[in-house]
Design a protein around this ligand. Sequence first.
Ligand code: ADP
Ligand code: MG
Length: 348
Amino acid sequence: AIMPTLLSGIANGARQGILFKSGAQLEMMGKVRAIGFDKTGTLTTGKLAVTEVIPTTGHSVDEVLQIAAALEAYSEHPIGQAIVTAAQQKQIEIVPAVGVYSHPGQGIIGEVYQQQVLVGKFDFLIQNSKFKIQNLELTNNSPVRASLANSLTIQAYDFWSKPAPTTPDSRLPTPNSLVRAHSSAPLPTPELSQHLETEGKTVIWVARESEIIGIVAVADTLRPKAAEVIKHLKQLGIEETIVLTGDNQRTADRIARAVGIDRVYAELLPEDKVKVIRQLQGQYQTVAMVGDGINDAPALAQASVGIAMGVTGSDVALETADLVLMADRLEKLVVAIHLGRRSQRIIK
Ligand code: ADP
Ligand code: MG
């Protein structure tokens, strides 16, 4: 039977929008020494928006959005929703796709008009295409990159600024003047996607058959209280805060720096998140993990205390978690630790 003090701790949490699944979890929360955070939907709102659509030579912004949205219409991932919304805003018809299969933490694959389409990380495209995607090596001289750069100066389209340039400019600006002209404009050549990532955006690649037809950049917003929460956790004596994300290193670094997170693990598959949690448990014994996605569920299960976001949280994450933060109030983590520590003091 559960101790009355634990019950009152659980009730106290519930009143404040923190749902502990058991008294044991409440106690465990009082012992946490390090906390892992998922990025998208946890440190950020997960309400992503498309910021740039950049087709490769011979392709158009609308074409890239249409092909990507055809698959993403089947996805529950915030990236997918952002791409579908962008297509709808441009009144692009969502065309049918078949055999759509999503790979958590990597991307989505399917067929549109009987052609294979892949949308996601660059490596995912390369590894899962039944075609040999040309120019695998993204060296500086790679034709893929070159054509991307070339089309960028002609067609780069800032999604929020209208109208989009339609005619090729014969007097193409040099990379430097381009950057100077629009400080937020992406750089051509190999730095293009890297530059977008350094701004904290996520770059999604779109391939059809053997060809990369363009990239889509999506941006997220930090949860307003994220930085404050990390600061309070440190004041409470939490020894380390860590980001565990499937997204790329540059985007993750940018977000981590903005909120004051100590360490970053990027490009993780769901099973890699589990390994990192296990490793942290070796160092800190009691480790909490906060997440929202299907891709976080295994890590939430491995963590000493798995914590899910109540609103953005997927069903799997909610079911796996030991504790749920209602209304996605990240700041309630601080309260949860207080309640956990108090429950231990009373019992002893
Ligand atoms: P996070 O750990 O930040 O929540 P995920 O593990 O869900 O991120 O996804 C990691 C990466 O996988 C994304 O940044 C994206 O590049 C790619 N990805 C995942 N799902 C999709 C999708 N539906 N469409 C396109 N790319 C995707
Ligand atoms: Mg997430």
